[in-house]
Design a protein around this ligand. Structure first.
Ligand SMILES: *Cc1c(COP(=O)(O)O)cnc(C)c1O
Length: 420
């Protein structure tokens, strides 16, 4: 019997063709080895410099061992949502550990950061309330804002002055106000002005949600995150969100907060309530990552040292490079066609790094988003810099200029989300 394929509506094909002719078609590369810096991609040896595996824990034997142990003890699945029968002792243990790690009264585990952001935003504020959101916040925050039906005021990137203008203009008209920001911005690796934002939240009686996806395991002593980095008492942030799938090498996410706020989320947050809980194995990997971090807090310093070395090396090649203490290293190339060509040539040379184009970044500001992970050796960083150096020479040759002027287009940033 031969099956007749149902025809695909032409509009899908047309849209894909339009993306392709605009050079915007996306496709996926396959990592064919373990998730670590020196691995293979599409079957070829490769140095991965675009993952968020900052501490290099994703393939750490301790994580795998506890994942296996909890899988053998508790099974492969949580088999239900958290409020039905999916809350198991490993989940409870992880939540206690996360609250301790963040210095808060309680914590709640979510299946991923995307859902954690949707959960807080769609639950804590609603129609008649106001959200104040940085223009470069992560897409999951943008989607959470939409889902909330609250009025959304987008402030200029990392601009506490503009945030205050909007807060002042809003007055007491709305029932609840909520400020939301990434602490480390995911494309440029820069920091939000958190001390100023915390002060504004208190002055204007607004709730505050801080997204520590790229700060957990990265910023502050022992990788405790943005509050620890800035010396801000964690109770001054109402909702501290963090992820387990980046520096912590596992998967899932959490919100750390005071107990009544956690209870509120448990009772109201649909992205928490209506989904099957994480399996015990994933929880085991997260528990092992937290234990490792407590035993070896200096691994965070090692990451910071390697990051500083790489940032300095990129700067020496003539690229504009800020001094941010994060392993997200944006190398601005400029035009998206050039950026994608450079990223292709880097791949041929054995370095896997993604080009980031509009609308994710402003037009003319396409960049290579390099990330530094702790498992990159000094020789790996040298090699990456050498290969990138060849590209800097090609680009400046094409532009007929010296690298200093040819590869440093730091134009204004515009909102990458459009219609936040
Ligand atoms: C990755 C990321 C998320 C989403 O986390 P997942 O666990 O991958 O769903 C949320 N916010 C920011 C800033 C992120 O970078």
């Amino acid at each position: 019997m031969t099956a007749v394929m149902k025809p695909v509506n032409d509009s899908f094909r047309r849209e894909l063709e339009e993306l392709e002719s605009a050079g915007m078609l996306r496709s996926m590369r396959t990592v064919t080895g373990p998730q670590r810096a020196a691995t293979s991609v599409d079957g070829r040896p490769m140095l991965v410099m675009c993952s968020n595996n900052y501490l290099g824990l994703a393939d750490h034997p301790r994580l795998a061992e506890l994942a296996i142990e909890l899988t053998k003890t508790y099974g492969c699945s949580a088999a239900a949502s958290r409020l039905i029968s999916g809350t198991m002792s490993p989940h409870r243990r992880l939540e206690a550990e996360l609250a301790y790690f963040k210095g808060t009264e309680a914590a709640l585990v979510f299946n991923c950061g995307y859902m954690a952001n949707l959960a807080v935003l769609s639950t804590v504020v609603a129609a008649g309330d106001a959200i104040f959101s940085d223009e470069l916040n992560h897409a999951s925050i943008v989607d959470g804002c939409r889902l909330s039906r609250a009025e959304v005021y987008v402030y200029r990137h990392a601009d506490a002055g503009h945030l205050e203008e909007l807060l002042a203009a809003c007055g007491a008209a709305c029932r609840r106000r909520l400020i939301v920001t990434d602490s480390v911005f995911s494309m440029d690796g820069d920091l939000a002005p958190l001390p100023a934002i915390v002060a504004l939240a208190e002055k204007y009686d607004a709730l505050l949600l801080v997204d520590d996806a790229h700060a957990t395991g990265v910023l502050g002593p022992g990788g405790r995150g943005s509050c620890a980095h800035f010396g801000i008492a964690p109770e001054r942030v109402d909702f501290l969100m963090g992820t387990l799938g980046k520096a912590l090498g596992s998967c899932g996410a959490f919100v750390a907060a005071r107990l009544p706020l956690i209870d509120f989320l448990v009772n109201r947050a649909r992205p928490f309530i209506y989904t099957t809980a994480l399996p015990p194995g994933a929880i085991g990997a997260s528990l092992a990552a937290l234990a490792l971090l407590a035993e070896e807090p200096e691994m965070v310093d090692e990451l910071r040292r390697k990051t500083a070395v790489f940032r300095a090396g990129v700067r020496r090649l003539g690229f504009a490079m800020p001094d941010d203490p994060t392993p997200i290293v944006p190398v601005v190339i400029g035009e998206s066609v050039t950026t994608m060509a450079v990223s292709r040539r880097l791949l041929e040379a054995g370095i896997f790094v993604q080009g980031i184009r509009p609308p994710t970044v402003a037009p003319g500001r396409s960049l290579l988003r390099f990330t530094v992970t702790r498992d990159l050796r000094a020789a790996d960083l040298d090699r990456a810099l050498e290969i990138l150096g060849r590209e800097a020479a090609i680009i400046s040759g094409q532009a007929g200029r010296e690298p200093e002027t040819g590869v440093v287009p730091t134009g204004p940033q515009v909102s990458r989300i459009g219609g936040q």
